[in-house]
Design a protein around this ligand. Structure first.
Ligand code: 0O2
Length: 208
């Protein structure tokens, strides 16, 4: 076990980054809602990855468990998940964050257009969050996951499956989840179409 003071300092930095990111994202979303009379977000979850989870991730990637390696190789110590109703909302939020001067994106993964083999689907943004400490500004990495409610439903069961079977997921469960992921993708597309249709009917009625 390393110097606990060093670990405390790291946790302080990550906690500050999480608070900063939450604040920046909430302000952007409130501004968007105020200007568009529309809130694209269903709910937001945030979390700091635990030291144990970070250690497991390092071991799985073949790295020694050290504080330096956590900083260098665990890119989602600070995590924010934005859950939306519709597919179009996911891309609206991505655009909003891309256009923000406060949040610096250094990597993007569109697992909606290109789902993982497991069926996992989400939009990931890896960003840098500035944290102002006594010795100056630190750019802390964070991961923002943006997904629909349906994708979130899938991912939460998948998370339990991964945890339960620890890498040895039975074939029928793996295939069942892949089929569910396809169903969920089709459901998301249908719900988006229905929402668009509903909007046009509402607009027609307003004209009358
Ligand atoms: P947890 O417990 O959710 O934090 P990187 O983080 O970039 O070094 P990785 O794992 O290749 O390495 O990144 P990737 O693929 O972008 O995945 C990061 C996170 O996405 C994961 O964090 C999960 O939250 C989520 N994710 C990715 N693939 C899957 C999947 O197949 N099923 C589910 N349920 N979630 C997935 P963690 O640390 O693995 O887990």
């Amino acid at each position: 076990m390393e110097d606990s003071k060093e670990l405390e300092a790291l946790i302080l930095k990550y906690t500050a980054a999480l608070k900063t990111l939450e604040t920046q994202i909430n302000i952007l979303l409130q501004d968007y809602e105020q200007k568009n009379n529309y809130n694209p977000v269903e709910h937001i979850k945030s979390r700091l990855k635990s030291y144990d989870s970070a250690s497991k991730k390092l071991v799985s990637k073949g790295y020694e468990v050290t504080i330096k390696n956590i900083e260098k190789h665990v890119h989602d110590m600070v995590g924010l998940r934005i859950v939306c109703s519709f597919l179009s909302d996911v891309y609206k939020i991505v655009e909003l964050i891309e256009n923000s001067d406060q949040i610096t994106i250094h990597d993007k993964e569109d697992y909606i257009t290109n789902p993982k083999d497991s069926g996992y689907s989400s939009y990931h943004l890896s960003v840098y969050v500035p944290v102002y400490l006594i010795d100056g500004v630190h750019l802390v990495e964070a991961e923002i996951q943006i997904r629909t409610i349906a994708m979130d439903f899938w991912a939460s069961l998948d998370h339990k499956i991964i945890y339960k079977f620890q890498g040895n997921i039975p074939k029928e469960i793996r295939e069942g989840m892949q089929h569910c992921a396809e169903d969920i993708h089709n459901l998301d597309k249908k719900m988006l179409e229905l929402n668009k249709e509903m909007q046009t009917i509402k607009e027609d009625k307003e004209v009358i």
